[in-house]
Ligand binder design. Sequence first.
Ligand code: UTP
Length: 283
Amino acid sequence: MKAVIPAAGFGTRFLPATKAQAKEMLPVFDKPTIQYVVEEAVASGIDDILIVTGRNKRSIEDHFDKSFELEQTLQSGGKYEILKQVRDITDLADICYVRQKEQNGLGDAIHCAKKHIGGEAFAVMLGDSITKGPVPCTKQLIDVYEKYDSSAISLEAVPKSKVERYGIIKGTEVEENIYNIDKLVEKPLAHQAPSNLAIMGRYVLTPDIFDKIDETVPGVGGEIQLTDALSKLDSIYGVLFEGQTYDIGNRLEWLKTSIEFAMDDPKSRDNLIKYMSEIIKDA
Ligand code: UTP
């Protein structure tokens, strides 16, 4: 299976940080966000990845490309451990790029992948979200796609007060944590939301999604919304996946994610706790 990583958006919620640099390259603890996404694809058994980019996104291509001068400097300086890390990034997967000419929304970004994908089912992984769980989120979706022969999307339960920020589903639970979806609504008002199950940024889609995107007119914000195209699919399942999604397109979430990931690092944990205790004491 191939994966498409849309990473062409303007990142307006994170301005001015994203004025001249890709939101997807913002580091979370010690790695750019999009590297976590590529690593999740690889851990899910995918090694053919298409990244949808746009203006100001050159650094994404540079990050996954070979850097001769850097490697030579590290080699001659005897810094072999970091040299291995740098080389591993290049060897992760086969990565191709396509440019979205105008930022017309997520649906439009995915449509840019049509030629590369051909007639097979494929994964979509948002370039500004990271997932963590016992089994990679995309792998959990691939398993459901294979079982039901149908598109599958990741879901997370969100507080009722936050449903207005997400695409929300209405569905029937067919087995534990798996829903046959009847309806998807983009950013509903809290009292109109059909549930509190939100679409979270990982998808396995059957190729008929491209025709559905063609049929989709601009929706919320004048953009071609993926949720609107998903609503047109004949069959779609939702997976309340085991794990958590981090949306780093929002600066507070980005900061919290960096702290949480640093806490997972044994070399940083104690110093971080000490530092945070000190600043909380003075707050
Ligand atoms: P978002 O809606 O979170 O990204 O899309 P955005 O538009 O960059 O963010 P804000 O709302 O202005 O802050 C989720 C993912 O889809 C990509 C983004 O780069 C992000 O990784 N995307 C979005 C595209 O590739 N093209 C688009 O037209 C829109």
